[in-house]
Each structure stands twice: as C-alpha cells, then as structure tokens.
Design a protein around this ligand. Sequence first.
Ligand SMILES: Nc1nc2c(ncn2[C@@H]2O[C@H](COP(=O)(O)OP(=O)(O)OP(=O)(O)O)[C@@H](O)[C@H]2O)c(=O)[nH]1
Ligand SMILES: [Zn+2]
Length: 208
Amino acid sequence: MTHLAKSEHPRDRWRQRIAQPAPDVDLEAAEAAADTMLRALGLPIDGDDMRETPRRLVAAYAEMLTVPDFDLTTFENSAGYDELVLVHDIPVRSLCEHHLLPFVGVAHVGYLPDDRILGLSKFARLVEFFARRAQTQERLTTQIADHLLERLAPAGVGVVIEAEHSCMSLRGARAEGARTVTSTLRGTLREDPASRAEFLALTRGGVR
Ligand SMILES: Nc1nc2c(ncn2[C@@H]2O[C@H](COP(=O)(O)OP(=O)(O)OP(=O)(O)O)[C@@H](O)[C@H]2O)c(=O)[nH]1
Ligand SMILES: [Zn+2]
C-alpha cells in the first residue's frame, strides 16, 4: 500500500488552490454524503472508474463555492475624470442556489466617478467575489452595484449581467440559448435620463 505525504493527498490539493477555505466546510462529512447520494442515484461508485467521484464532486463544489480574498482598492481621482468608466464582457460563473447548477455569462460594470477611481482589475475581482457562491442572478447584480456604491462612493453605478442558466437549458424547461438579463442602476445612472441611456446603450452592444 502506498502512503502519501499529507500535503500530497488529493484531498489536500484543492485546499492549496483556494484562497480562503471557509471555516464551516467539513469535507469528510460532505464526501460521506456525496457517496450516499451517488449510490442512492444508482451510480456504480464501487467500480474503479467512479471510486474517487464523491471526493471529486465535493472538491469541485468546495472550489466553486469558496469566496476569494478581495479588497476593493481605490485611488484619488487626481485628473478629475467625470465621464463613464465601463468594463464590459467580464466573465461570470456562478451556481444557482435552487439547483446548484452553473449559470454562465458576462457582466458589464460601470460607474461615474466622484472623488475616487477604481483599479481596473477590481471590476473582474468584484464580480468573482460575489459570483463564487450559491446565488440568484438578481442578488448577484445588486450586490456588485451596492458594494461599489458603498466602497467607491461614485456619482453613479450600473451593472448589467447576461447569463445562461444550465438548470433551465440542460434540464427542466430545456430552453437552450435563453439568456437572462438583469440590471441594477444607482445614483446618476439611474436618475439622469441621458446618463442612463448612455450606459444602457453601451452595454447593449454600442462598444462592440
Ligand atoms: N429568479 C431567479 N430564478 C432562478 C435563478 N436560477 C434558477 N432559477 C429558477 O428557480 C426556480 C426554482 O423553481 P422550482 O419550481 O422550485 O424548481 P424546479 O421544479 O426544479 O423548477 P423547473 O426548473 O421549472 O423544473 C426555477 O424556475 C429556476 O429557473 C435565478 O438566478 N433567479
Ligand atoms: Zn437553478
């Protein structure tokens, strides 16, 4: 029998890949439950091909549900820039909280600066921070907008997400290709018709 050093054990590998293992994750209990569930679904998990599947399933979900480390760095708006900043087509990968099946798409995140501006990479990190959990698309959209509003205190914020939900395309309604669009607008981007129209036009393909 081969003995693996602790750090080489497959169970420990995913721990090293994720930034912040949640303290309430009990991998062993989850693996035992996955074993029971897969067995009850009639899957041949005693065979060589699927023996490791309960462990892989748990590791995959633990990885997809672990919230990454994140701090929203902002800078003084020394140039006094006061037009729209928009990052579009940021990848979104999340799990719907009803079926724990993936929904995948893109986010368009923009703001009208006031005293502070945002490091550009933080748009994608912000999306990932709220996406890597069991979510609804509506909550994800609102959380991104409200976090920006709170931490950056801009004149306006807009978030649009377009995503395909596999719980609605691979099973159930089987509406393949159907995309859900959600938006949250705050401040000037919500209240000023011209700013709102500019933001929505750009997120609808105006810059592509
Ligand atoms: N509003 C919202 N609904 C979602 C999201 N992700 C999945 N859903 C929906 O959650 C609902 C759960 O409905 P239920 O009737 O309880 O579950 P179900 O029997 O599996 O439903 P079907 O998918 O219609 O077969 C479904 O309509 C899903 O399409 C989301 O991000 N937002
Ligand atoms: Zn679902």
